[in-house]
Design a protein around this ligand. Structure first.
Ligand code: ADP
Ligand code: ASP
Ligand code: MG
Length: 471
């Protein structure tokens, strides 16, 4: 039977905290006070957290045998223990949390040792290991909240989010997830608890741990928000919302106060790490408010994400970059007559497992050109040569080749669609900065223009275009 919670408006908030927000005692203390503060204003609060920053990378190094297992495990325990010592003064609460953390670490040690014996890590075992960071974090954060006087309950999302078997990048089953979330979270919320939920991980129908892809805790928050349903999902990170560019690359970057779903989807797709690209859809579909804000500057309003119709103001809003790419080109005078070239090309690329962030085709149809991560280039070229062996021997296709390293610079803004001359301004600015544009592509939704430049010129392009931003 379904439990009912009050239908009073604006009563449920999902707050998601990223790795840097929970990475040290000082930052986790900040998180605890943000939650306590919002608790006064909302009837129900559910918290989704990432692992402490760097922990997922460390776990993956353990899985791949790149570090000494027991040393790394002790290091992980010490990091959590240090935070527990600072934030959980009562010994019983602290010991209980640390015992849970030790259990998770023991499981990981066993798994890593098994991997070492087998000499290979399967995607299923990789997920079981990679997800341990979030599992440890919820015990710590829930106990820290309890110490502050807030009733909190750690919840592993294996009980909440159901996915398919696509380990390392699993796809959720929303219908089952909705049922699980409501059955497990509503009773806790009714009793006045703050559920502190693991981001990133889920489980398939066999009960095995799966993960939603790197950076997937944002997506977890969106799925849980949509399932409850929440009124708002707030993503807390370490910068003041969605910025005009990655502040690590452009120090003068400023907050974009309002961003449409399409704009932020395009930004996320083209490399802005601030929001996982899959976060948007469940939230739009459920009509939930979405905000990105700063744990370390909580009074800053951050960025409010709105449905696209409300966001026509502003021409260029933000610029983002994707690096470590190469362009693969298939060219030949006889390509016009080769049946299904594009379909066969992308079939081969899909089989290689590489993702393709950008495709361009010259109108003459004598070449197809697309970008892929450098790490996949050699494999993709040889798979394409095999796929088109007959056409290469028959001289319909002259060659398949990979360019030098390139990057994609993408300018995003809803207003670009209705504003003539944007492309002209972009090219003038790049020309003045002596940046050579190798290829261009316009996003299908017309809210972005992507330019391919050599790896060495990515930063120059970013700095040349940033002054064009206004909203
Ligand atoms: P979290 O651990 O909170 O999930 P992430 O590291 O995944 O945080 O994402 C936040 C980081 O994204 C910021 O520290 C910033 O460097 C980077 N970033 C890249 N592009 C942007 C952008 N356009 N706006 C804001 N942050 C960006
Ligand atoms: N901890 C996971 C990662 O590092 C998920 C996340 O942080 O969103 O990818
Ligand atoms: Mg993130």
């Amino acid at each position: 039977m379904e439990t009912k919670i009050s239908t009073k408006k604006h009563n449920t908030l999902v707050m998601k905290f990223g790795g840097t927000s929970v990475g040290s005692a000082e930052s986790m203390h900040q998180v605890v006070s943000i939650i306590s503060n919002e608790r006064i204003k909302w009837k129900n609060i559910a918290v989704v957290t990432s692992a402490l920053n760097g922990v997922t990378d460390q776990l993956l190094s353990m899985a791949e045998g790149r570090v000494e297992i027991l040393e790394a495990a002790a290091d992980l325990f010490n990091r959590h223990e240090k935070i527990a010592a600072a934030l959980i003064p009562e010994k019983t609460t602290r010991d209980r949390a640390l015992a849970e953390i030790q259990n998770v670490i023991d499981e990981i040690i066993h798994l890593c040792q098994a991997v070492l014996v087998l000499g290979e890590v399967t995607p299923r075992v990789q997920d079981a290991i990679a997800s341990a960071g979030e599992r440890m974090c919820v015990y710590l954060l829930a106990a820290a909240l309890e110490s502050q006087g807030d009733k909190a309950e750690p919840v592993e999302a294996t009980r909440l989010v159901r996915t398919d078997d696509h380990y390392t990048d699993a796809h959720p089953d929303m219908a089952v997830t909705r049922e699980l979330v409501r059955a497990n979270l509503l009773p806790l919320l009714e009793k006045g608890f703050v559920p502190v939920i693991t981001g990133f991980l889920a489980a398939n129908d066999k009960g095995n741990i799966t993960t939603l892809g790197r950076g997937g805790s944002d997506y977890s928050a969106a799925l849980i928000g949509a399932a409850l349903p929440a009124d708002e999902v707030w993503i807390y990170t370490d910068v003041d919302g969605v910025m005009t560019a990655d502040p690590r690359l452009v120090p003068s970057a400023t907050t974009v106060p309002v961003c449409s779903y399409r704009e932020v989807a395009e930004l996320a797709y083209y490399g802005a790490k601030v929001l996982h690209p899959k976060t948007i859809r469940p939230v739009i579909e459920a009509g939930i408010g979405l905000r990105v804000c700063n744990t370390f500057n909580p009074s800053h309003p951050g960025t409010r994400l709105v449905p696209d119709l409300e966001a026509h103001s502003g021409v260029m809003k933000a610029i983002t970059t994707v690096q470590d790419l190469q362009l693969i080109t298939i060219e030949g005078h006889g390509m016009l007559g080769v049946p299904g070239v594009a379909a066969r090309t992308f079939d081969a690329v899909a089989r290689s497992g590489a993702s393709v962030p950008l495709i361009t085709q010259a109108s003459s149809e004598q070449s197809i050109c697309f970008a892929i991560p450098c790490a996949s280039a050699v494999k993709v070229v040889s798979m394409l040569e095999a796929a088109f062996e007959r056409e290469i021997i028959g001289r319909d296709i002259d060659r398949v080749w990979a360019s030098e390293e390139v990057g994609i610079v993408t300018v995003v803004g809803e207003g670009m669609r209705s504003t003539p001359g944007v492309a002209g301004r972009v090219f003038t600015a790049l020309g003045d900065a002596k940046v050579n544009v190798i290829a261009i592509a316009q996003g299908s939704s017309e809210v972005s223009i992507s330019l391919v430049v050599t790896a060495a010129q990515v930063k120059d392009a970013l700095l040349a275009l940033h002054p064009l931003i206004h909203f």
